[in-house]
Design a protein around this ligand. Structure first.
Ligand code: HDL
Ligand code: ZN
Length: 434
């Protein structure tokens, strides 16, 4: 007999007359709840210079490069000819001194400097540089994780990256605050070249994707999942991603990714909708967005019910369809407001839509941080919005007559800021497939 009468709640109770007190409690609890940041481009200290940190790296973030090139009209070649310090000074002058820094990526820099206790009023880049020069990286990582209230972060680990692969081959000392995710874009988006690299590494593969090649590709995936102790496999995909179709990608997903994901009980994360290099002259800042077809997600979840899929899509236009699809498939887990969606107006819109259609069953945000200190602003800004939307939904519920208890708010915040992700990673695929 399932429990029906008793309620789960304990602690302070909130009913319709206590909405303001409830809002304060929600803001406090969301800020107090440690986060698992499930997708970043940060690296554990063992990866050396791959971990980007400090004010110059914060300023030359590719989001800010795009904004500064747009604002200044500087020829691309002139910018790329500059040193990192010169690029950072150019961006500081262009976006923060000559203009007001109210874009989200600019405001983020201000939040970082303020939360690290620097003198914003001075607007003095040299003084900020002096502060970072004095930092010991290990202690600085501790301070940044504490400021962001980050429990841990998931890296993006690419065995096809010639800078990163040797670190894993040296058996890099792990840091419990940095988890691994196996990133496989070359395998699924550039099979011919990836096949050649696999051959170089001793895998008996051929471009024709015969049975031996498929077995060897599964061996490659299993080996790296184990070496990295990766939490999931991930890929970014173009707007025209289709499944199934006649491509090598469909064969690799069907014969390699899905079975290996199920065998290792790890999710397969698809980040769909990026148009790479729409302006190649901007390099990393040159990628764009396109509306994708949700049918591919439906087909994957239906065909592989025992495989766990994490999905985030880049186009605003795809968000409602993705929420509806997640209602149909318990093996589909939605996460984050990715990249061009990571702005207050769109985070609020998406979080409201997800809470209304999917309740507490999503991961509303990830940071995608590329530079260590960015986690401070990305989580400050997102926690405020998540708390606001959650409190609004609670207020509607109290108006409907529900009573909410303080420890239920804590439970919900824990679920949204990491608990749901860990449950999905550790559990079996939900629904018919399990
Ligand atoms: O493919 C990805 O993981 C994207 O997040 C890209 O890294 C992108 O450049 C980015 O940093 N977005 O926030
Ligand atoms: Zn990313």
């Amino acid at each position: 007999m399932t429990q029906t009468a008793a309620h789960a709640g304990a602690g302070q109770a909130y009913a319709e007359g206590g909405v303001e007190a409830m809002r304060e409690a929600v803001a406090r609890i969301v800020n107090e709840t440690p986060v698992t940041d499930l997708h970043t481009h940060l690296y554990a200290p063992a990866f050396g210079d791959l971990l980007l940190w400090g004010v110059d790296e914060v300023l030359i973030y590719h989001y800010l490069i795009a904004e500064a090139m747009r604002a200044s009209g500087l020829p691309y070649g002139d910018f790329w000819a500059m040193s990192k310090e010169e690029q950072a000074a150019f961006i500081w002058r262009t976006l923060f001194i000559e203009r007001t820094p109210y874009s989200e990526a600019c405001r983020g820099v201000v939040t970082v400097l303020k939360r690290l206790g620097l003198n914003i009023e001075a607007r003095d880049l040299e003084s900020y540089r002096a502060y970072f020069r004095e930092q010991d990286l290990g202690k600085h990582i501790d301070a940044v994780f504490k400021a962001a209230n980050l429990e841990s972060a998931v890296m993006t680990n690419d065995p096809f990256d010639s800078n990163e692969r040797p670190v894993w081959e040296r058996e890099a000392a792990g840091d419990p605050r940095f988890h691994a995710a196996l990133r496989i874009d070359p395998l699924l988006n550039d099979w011919t070249n990836a096949c050649g690299m696999l051959q170089d590494w001793g895998y008996d593969t051929a471009a024709d994707l015969g049975p031996k090649t498929l077995a060897e590709t599964r061996r490659f995936l299993s080996g790296w999942l184990e070496r990295m102790n990766a939490l999931y496999m991930a890929v970014s995909l173009p707007p025209d991603f289709a499944f199934p179709d006649e491509s090598a990608r469909t064969i690799l997903i069907r014969e390699c990714i899905a079975p290996v994901a199920e065998e290792h009980n790890v999710p397969f994360a698809l980040m769909i909708g990026v148009k790479r290099a729409v302006n190649p002259a901007l390099k990393l800042a040159g990628d764009g967005v396109g509306v994708a077809d949700i049918q591919a997600v439906e087909n994957l979840c239906a065909k592989f019910p025992a495989t766990k899929f994490m999905v985030t899509m880049l186009a605003r236009e795809n968000q409602h369809g993705l929420c509806v699809t997640a209602r149909k498939f318990p093996n589909l887990f939605l996460f984050g407001c990715w990249w061009f969606l990571n702005n207050p107006s769109l985070i609020e819109e998406m979080t409201r839509m997800r809470f209304e259609l999917l309740g507490p069953s999503v991961a509303p945000q990830h940071s995608d941080a590329r530079v260590l200190e960015q986690v401070i602003y990305k989580w400050d800004h997102s926690r405020a919005i998540i708390a606001k939307v959650l409190a609004d939904k609670y207020a509607d519920l109290l108006h409907a007559g529900w009573t909410l208890y303080e420890d239920e708010i804590r439970r919900d915040a824990r679920m949204l800021l990491g608990g749901n992700f860990w449950d999905f990673v550790k559990g079996r695929a939900g629904g018919a497939g399990s």
